[in-house]
Design a protein around this ligand. Structure first.
Ligand SMILES: NC(=O)c1ccc[n+]([C@@H]2O[C@H](COP(=O)([O-])OP(=O)(O)OC[C@H]3O[C@@H](n4cnc5c(N)ncnc54)[C@H](OP(=O)(O)O)[C@@H]3O)[C@@H](O)[C@H]2O)c1
Length: 244
């Protein structure tokens, strides 16, 4: 019998798929997936998975998904994973030097990596506020740490994750007053073998390129152990705190 649900947003992410596969094996937990593209799930046929296709991540589209979530007459959502993140696309190249920075690319990276996750948090909060604990993991990155920045480069990506962290911190302070049942984790998966890291994998030391399955397992354990302490945790794949 399903007693709780896990919501995965941006579910086409390679790490998200690995989380979904592991959660799907837990009998008591239902799964709700939100993405623009379900092709990664063509092999996974399970009547208990709720698949919500979204056209884009504009406010109106997010609100339409929230309305669908509100109508799910199933068990409460107790875990949320918000997975959005781009480092490179056809148009976006991570900057090596100041001259590489463009307003168009910066705006797009900020929109996807910082604004979209916080819009989800904003619109989900009324749905998740109750006496039932809910843990929300938002994918950040260690490169969003200002104190950890020793290499430079990747201006837009770094700035977007630093901005994301600041907004999550601010939200955690507010939710400590309004929604004590919600715990937020800003998560760094480590360098993981996904489409996002593909072009940068050759410089990764042996043993430091993680599989999505490993990262998903680590994250699910971290979430399970985390307490409702009304603070934002900024954690790596080992569950170790990252300095801001
Ligand atoms: N892989 C790594 O080494 C690594 C390291 C540190 C941090 N991270 C972070 O981990 C998270 C997951 O990354 P991944 O490696 O699994 O990446 P991935 O497989 O490339 O997944 C990309 C994710 O970004 C979303 N996305 C792509 N374009 C978007 C757009 N235009 N608007 C909104 N969302 C968009 C996708 O949502 P849809 O499902 O809708 O397509 C999907 O959730 C990201 O936040 C990333 O920054 C990854």
């Amino acid at each position: 019998m399903i007693t709780q649900q896990t919501l995965i947003i941006g579910a086409s992410s390679d790490i998200a798929v690995a989380i979904a596969i592991q959660v799907e094996k837990i009998d008591s937990t239902g799964l709700v997936l939100v993405t623009r593209d379900f092709s990664a799930y063509s092999e996974i046929i399970d009547d208990n998975i709720n698949k919500i296709l979204i056209e884009d991540y504009q406010s109106a589209s997010i609100e339409a998904v929230i309305r669908q979530l509100a109508q799910l007459d199933h068990a409460p959502i107790t875990q949320v994973f918000i997975c959005h993140g781009v480092l490179h696309t056809q148009q976006i190249k991570p900057e090596k030097r100041l001259e590489d920075l463009t307003a168009a690319s910066f705006e797009q990276v900020m929109m996807i990596n910082a604004l979209t996750p916080i819009l989800w948090l904003q619109k989900l909060t009324p749905l998740l506020t109750s006496s039932i604990p809910c843990k929300i993991t938002v994918f950040s990155a260690r490169v969003g740490s200002i104190s950890d920045n020793r290499l430079g480069g990747w201006y837009s990506y770094r700035a977007s994750k630093a901005a994301l962290n600041m907004m999550l911190k601010t939200a955690a302070i507010e939710l400590a007053r309004r929604a004590k049942n919600i715990k937020i984790i800003a998560f760094h998966p480590g360098t993981t073998d996904t489409a996002l890291s593909k072009p940068f994998q050759k410089n990764v030391p042996p043993g430091k390129l993680f599989s999505c399955e490993f990262v998903a397992k680590q994250l699910l354990e971290i979430v399970e152990k985390s307490e409702l302490d009304s603070t934002l945790s900024y954690l790596d794949w080992q569950g170790k705190a990252i300095s801001w």
